[in-house]
Design a binder for this molecule. Structure first.
Ligand code: HEC
Length: 158
């Protein structure tokens, strides 16, 4: 009887440890990418941000994600609200490339992977845009007045 009790307690301990790791991982990711974000904010990143803004609109990101900086169409609710959550550059590149399975009950649908749809440059651009503007309610000043070409994004050929 006593033996069983210990076994059960160890099991609970293990579950707690796994949960702790799961909770700690995104935090580690976030602090790492905060450095990446500062490094990318050079002069050339304005062009990347604007290109990322266009991709965000042209490739349906806006249909699932809310982001003030994403413009008037960016009020999707299936995915996370980027005004509330900061997505670091590295996490954005990985997610946009490979996607993520649905995380019920928070997200009823999966995040589709765009690794075979977007070029690596486009993924880099959209990740730069998200890393720069998510997690706040900042407007994207250089994006204002930019018109979309619509899907498929013509910037893919330029
Ligand atoms: C079909 C709806 C849908 C579309 C379209 C979509 N997403 Fe998502 N996205 C989601 C969902 C749902 C999640 C959360 C998945 C999870 O956590 O399990 C997510 C997660 C993310 C994350 C991860 C953020 C983090 O901090 O972990 C990023 C970045 C992201 N999406 C960017 C994009 C971009 C860029 C596009 C367009 C190229 C896009 N999404 C298109 C639904 C979508």
């Amino acid at each position: 009887m006593r033996q069983m009790k210990i076994g059960r307690r160890t099991g609970v301990g293990l579950v707690i440890a796994v949960c702790a790791i799961a909770l700690a991982t995104p935090a580690a990711f976030a602090s790492h990418a905060a450095t990446t974000r500062t490094q990318t904010s050079s002069a050339s990143s304005t062009a990347m941000v604007v290109a990322g803004y266009e991709i965000f609109n042209d490739y349906f990101c806006v249909s699932c994600h809310t982001l003030n900086a994403g413009g008037s169409a960016a009020y999707g609710r299936l995915g996370m609200n980027f005004d509330m959550i900061h997505a670091p550059y590295a996490a954005a590149v990985a997610t946009v490339t490979n996607g993520l399975p649905a995380a019920l009950p928070l997200y009823p649908t999966q995040m589709v992977g765009f690794g075979k749809v977007l070029t690596t440059t486009q993924i880099d651009d959209v990740a730069t845009f998200i890393a720069a503007y998510s997690g706040g309610y900042t407007a994207c000043v250089p994006c204002q007045g930019v018109t979309f070409t619509g899907f498929p994004d013509s910037s893919a050929t330029t």
